[in-house]
Ligand binder design. Structure first.
Ligand SMILES: [Ca+2]
Length: 222
């Protein structure tokens, strides 16, 4: 019985070689031989799936890279940057999570001048429960905050870092916040924080309360 040669065994050669076979090896050999073909095809399939996944990941990364090259990090604040102090020409677009910048004497990003530029930042504030917001707007040079086209803080004009405040009671709803800013020369910075509710401390407006504005210029926060 030990002399039985597995006809499917690869390279078993002409020798019976029963003596070399370990005890009860016949069973396991048969099992291995039977499963060899499915294993190979599964392996091939997995390799194909793996290659496809790598391809997809590479494409996604390439798209993300191309996107970041034009718009930078994403966030609920739409930033429109103009070369010139009075919002002249076509803006360059950058999104950001918060308005807390200290550019120093540098440019906001490559492609913009160090001095004499301006920006308009727009976001949609979503208020779930009635709350008073006490805003604090600091800038060098000028800035001003609008809520639904109404000016709440005026910190305009050429000046070194200066803070102006404004407060407003918000009913539940969605509101458009716009901050206009310009830099004349030397240092440049801009910071908007808010204390929400009676006990709130002045800090970054939570990005979770903000939404990116739509492309509809007449109704950014519909
Ligand atoms: Ca300045």
């Amino acid at each position: 019985m030990d002399d039985v040669v597995d006809p499917d065994a690869p390279e078993s050669g002409p020798e019976p070689a029963a003596a070399e076979a370990p005890p009860r090896s016949g069973d396991s050999d048969a099992l291995q031989t039977a499963s060899a073909r499915p294993d190979a095809s599964v392996g091939k399939l997995l390799r194909r799936v793996g290659l496809t996944l790598i391809g997809v990941v590479l494409i996604v990364q390439a798209v993300a890279l191309a996107r970041s090259a034009t718009t930078g990090p994403t966030g609920p604040w739409l930033g429109e940057y103009f070369e010139g102090k009075e919002f002249e020409g076509d803006p360059q677009i950058r999104y950001t999570r918060k308005l807390e910048f200290d550019w120093g004497k540098d440019r906001p990003f490559r492609g913009m001048p160090k001095d004499k530029w301006s920006a308009i930042y727009t976001t949609c504030l979503v208020v779930e429960e009635e709350a008073e917001f006490r805003f604090r707007l600091t800038s060098d040079d000028g800035s001003r905050l609008f809520v639904d086209d109404e000016k709440l803080i005026d910190n305009w004009g050429p000046h070194s870092p200066r803070t102006r405040t404004g407060k407003m009671l918000f009913e539940p709803g969605t509101y458009e916040l716009v901050v206009e800013y310009f830099e004349a020369a030397h240092g440049a910075e801009l910071k908007l924080v808010a204390a929400i509710g009676e006990d709130g401390k002045h800090e970054t407006i939570p990005p979770t309360m903000l939404q990116q504005p739509s492309d509809d210029i007449d109704n950014r926060c519909n």
